[in-house]
Design a protein around this ligand. Structure first.
Ligand code: NAD
Length: 398
């Protein structure tokens, strides 16, 4: 037992602790978003694995699968547990809450807290699936990781967020001071590009799917989806045309290969979903992108079309994963949940504001305040309805 009053602690912009009650409230709200909409518990996927399920898009995917379709879910993630008076990470507390609510609602949930890139974690997943949730009809791959140890060679790959070919200079935001600054990011070398592809590309996704197939654990018609991003031209040098974009190209190539593999073996399919830019721990680490997102938040908010991860996942399940496919694919066969972000009128408004952005007009042209609030929310802070003066148990588990 360790009852504590938990106050936000930060190093620079990053929160180094998390609030269990705030995280619980975030999960509760996401479940409410799903259960308050129309649901087809008889029609969606029934046994679902989510790799990267503790925060961001993976957590929202798992909630949509469990509470929207009544699916049995296995979540895999890499989070720090509580230790003495030190809180766990937010993803850990999100998962504690998810299990609590699943139990109350009679939903099966199993979780593995470990490195998804390792053979050990994959073997544990196979065991759980074989005993409790076979055959699997959906695998969501939603990892965002800074590094990966190659399971065969033992080589450690670190991903970098850099442009390719030439240095990139752009407006950006100093997240700690809220000042608009100019940054120049040097280009990645060949090794950095290859390392980023090894971490964020499709290799590990392929290993997961080949293993599940080999073990005979995939249902007839099983689907797998990985998430990607394209975004507007103003972020291309650092995103789509940069190291992470190279990794996403590899992920998309892997989707085509996995698609053939699943088609010929179980009549299934592999898909890429291009999702909208949202505030997560992963996206905050990308240079320039937080300033773009603050501007996007202002524009989409004003037009009333902004979406959080859970809104995106509700659409993904309703339009693509329940009762056949009702949503369209783009010319390259991808799901486009970024359709609202990429509307010409949204992007031209963002571009016009971007050209004028400076520290003095940041609050009018962009919504940096909203961005930082959402960021604090990720760690369970500043969440409406939570009493932060009250001691909470931080040493909890599922
Ligand atoms: P996130 O940081 O919120 O979540 C990452 C998840 O991966 C967490 O559950 C974390 O525990 C898990 N993880 C990290 N390393 C791991 C490891 N070694 N083993 C097991 N689990 C590990 O990230 P996110 O923004 O939700 O990103 C998820 C995916 O969505 C990524 O592929 C990202 O590129 C994509 N995406 C994100 C955005 C965005 O704006 N955030 C937009 C489009 C697509």
């Amino acid at each position: 037992m360790s009852l504590e009053v938990v106050k936000q602690r930060s190093r620079g912009f990053i929160c180094v602790n998390a609030h269990p009650a705030g995280c619980r409230e975030n999960v509760r709200q996401q479940i409410r978003t799903i259960t308050s909409g129309s649901r087809r518990a008889d029609a969606g996927p029934k046994n679902v694995i989510v790799v990267g399920s503790s925060t961001g898009y993976g957590l929202a995917s798992r909630i949509a699968a469990a509470w929207g379709s009544g699916a049995r879910t296995l979540g895999i993630f890499f989070e720090r547990s509580p230790e003495g008076r030190k809180t766990a990470t937010a993803g850990y507390y999100n998962n504690v809450a998810l299990h609590e609510f699943a139990k109350a609602d009679g939903l099966f949930a199993a979780s593995i807290n470990g490195d998804a890139f390792t053979d050990d974690v994959k073997r544990s997943a196979v065991q759980i699936v074989r005993q409790q949730m076979s055959p699997v009809d959906l695998v969501i791959y939603s990892l965002a990781a800074p590094k990966r140890t190659d399971p065969a060679s033992g080589e450690v790959h670190n991903s970098v967020l850099k442009p390719i070919g030439e240095a990139y200079s752009s407006k950006s935001i100093d997240l700690s001071t809220g000042k608009v600054i100019h940054v120049t990011i040097p280009p990645a070398d060949e090794k950095e590009i290859a390392d980023t592809v090894a971490v964020m590309g499709g290799d590990d996704w392929r290993l997961w799917m080949e293993l599940l197939l080999k073990e005979g654990l995939l249902a007839e018609g099983a689907q797998t989806i990985a998430y990607s991003y394209i975004g507007p031209e103003l972020t291309w040098p650092i995103y789509r045309a940069g190291t992470v974009g190279r990794a996403k190209e590899d992920l998309e190539r892997t989707a085509r290969e996995l698609n053939s593999l699943l088609k010929s073996n179980v009549g299934g399919e592999a898909l890429i979903s291009i999702n909208k830019a949202v505030v997560t721990q992963a996206s905050a680490a990308i240079p320039v992108v937080p300033l773009y997102m603050s501007t996007l938040l202002r524009v989409m908010g004003m037009k009333g079309v902004d979406e959080e991860p859970i809104d995106q996942m509700r659409r993904l399940f309703a339009d693509y994963l329940t009762d056949g496919r009702k949503g369209a694919l783009d010319s390259e066969g991808r799901i486009r949940l970024d359709d609202r972000e990429m509307r010409p009128e949204i992007q031209s408004d963002v571009a016009a504001r971007w050209a004028q952005l400076e520290t003095e007009n940041l609050a009018t042209l962009a919504d940096f305040e909203g961005y930082t609030r959402r960021f604090r929310n990720l760690f369970g802070f500043d969440v409406p309805g939570v009493n932060y003066e009250e001691p909470v148990e931080i040493d909890v588990g599922w």
